[in-house]
Design a protein around this ligand. Structure first.
Ligand code: PHE
Length: 444
């Protein structure tokens, strides 16, 4: 009975692209990108962001996909098989990052479920009475409730990963991603036709090159990395389920394109609406869970708009959460566990690690002065992902170069016009740029 079990595969190229795009499109696109852009020079920032995504982001994504497809294994196993030595540590960092990111991501995923439901059960009335802030404050300090919604979000995530690659992740992403685009377009239609929307567009997109500084470039790079799900083996894992015929460079470009488009479009929902009603934009969770409900409450059909928006956020969070759990589960599945075993056990452990994050919104526990949730976010986004990105780039650029070239050209049967650019970006440009943001982003 030592026969090799056939590795699961995506059923189609579009299935793979939508799953990878589902991983990339997440909370980072919808609540973070628009705000960071508005603060950092609007269209000028978008230009820099685009350059970073399509030069550095694309290169690291392609590197990850090539490693995964060649090895046909999880992030740790891929490095053991292709290189050995200390390289599997890079995969380990990725598995750890997946574990940590999902632990707090699921807490916020839980909020989106709560807010979706509550859109129809009183949120709009409270928000219309100016109490959106109280509603949010009341909810996040009700630890029992936050944990319950977090558990609900984890259950859905576990369910999809449990079902597997084709019957789970691919199937749901093929339904959820088109639904996400549709909701996004409906919401943009509503937002930009509001009276006074123009001021919001101006705040969001008016180019202001004087705001482009070292700090904003580093913000763009950090945002690009998190948003594209890079540096933690996610694209290695998803790449390991790709067939040998798929052209990886084209797939990587399409994922970068979809992710960036959704990020830019999300700003077209948020800022025109916020400015049309003259509320202060605020940032992060405040913008999403306090400002926006009060904006929706002022629209006719408030419940529908609020419900649609939080459904959008839920879908975006779910398809990213699935990929995080898959990175962790794939390691154990390749070790011989069954998929249900891996998904359920790892999902439960991640849920448990998330409990302090869920509680930290009520003020405790703290890690070296930071809220637990913020600390987890910092360790993963500012330390593990950038370091992972540096080593993945260096691996392809210096150590595994000719095999990488073979892999992205499907053994020389395809031409890849940007080959030498790709290799040099992996060799020098990406590691140098990432180390720079790593350094600037390291202030606790
Ligand atoms: N890309 C996701 C987002 O933008 C987050 C994520 C990071 C998902 C790393 C998987 C891996 O929200």
């Amino acid at each position: 009975m030592t026969q090799d079990v056939q590795r699961e595969q995506w059923g189609s190229k579009i299935g793979f692209i939508l799953a990878a795009a589902g991983s990339a499109v997440g909370l980072g696109n919808i609540w973070r990108f628009p705000y960071v852009t508005g603060q950092n020079g609007g269209a000028a920032f978008v230009l820099i962001y685009l350059a970073i995504v399509f030069i550095i982001g694309f290169s690291v994504m392609l590197a990850e996909m090539a490693i995964g497809r060649k090895a046909q294994l999880n992030a740790v196993g891929s490095f053991s098989k292709l290189a050995g030595g200390l390289w599997p540590l890079v995969g380990w960092m990725g598995v750890a990052a997946g574990f940590i990111i999902l632990s707090f991501y699921a807490v916020i995923g839980g909020w989106t479920i709560k807010y979706f439901i509550h859109s129809f059960t009183g949120l709009m009335a409270d928000a219309a009475a100016g109490k959106a802030g109280d509603v949010f404050g009341g909810f996040v300090t009700n630890t029992m409730q936050v944990i319950l919604y977090q558990a609900g979000f984890m259950l859905v995530t576990i369910w999809v990963v449990y079902k597997g690659i084709g019957e789970g992740i691919e199937k749901y992403c093929k339904i959820l991603m088109p639904a996400l685009f549709l909701i996004l377009l409906i919401l943009i239609g509503r937002s930009v036709t509001l009276e006074g929307a123009g001021k919001g567009l101006e705040f969001y997109l008016k180019p202001d090159f004087s705001k482009i500084t070292g700090a904003s470039i580093s913000a763009a790079l950090g945002q690009a990395f998190f948003s594209l799900s890079l540096g933690m083996g996610c694209m290695i894992t998803y790449g390991s389920y790709v067939d040998r015929k798929t052209a990886l460079p084209g797939a990587a470009i399409q994922v970068c394109f979809i992710d960036t488009m959704v990020a830019i479009l999300a700003g077209l929902v948020i800022f025109p609406a916020v400015f049309a009603f003259g509320v202060d934009a605020g940032a992060g969770p405040g913008l999403t869970f306090v400002t926006l409900p009060s904006v929706f409450a002022k629209m006719p059909g408030a419940m529908i708009w609020s419900g649609l928006f939080f459904l959008l956020l839920f879908i975006a969070a779910l398809t990213s959460a699935i990929s995080l759990l898959e990175v962790v589960s794939a390691y154990f599945i390749d070790k011989g566990w069954s998929r249900p075993q891996a998904a359920i056990i790892m999902g439960l452990l991640i849920f448990v690690l998330g409990i302090p994050s869920a509680m930290s919104l009520a003020g405790a526990p703290k890690v070296a002065g930071k809220d637990f949730l913020d600390a987890m976010d910092f360790i993963s986004s500012n330390v593990l992902l950038p370091l992972g990105g540096v080593f993945i780039s260096l691996f392809v650029g210096w150590f595994w170069t000719s095999d990488a070239e073979k892999e992205v050209t499907n053994e020389g049967t395809l031409t890849f016009g940007l080959m030498s650019m790709w290799i040099w970006v992996c060799r020098v440009i990406a590691p140098a740029a990432i180390l720079y943001i790593f350094y600037t982003g390291l202030k606790w």
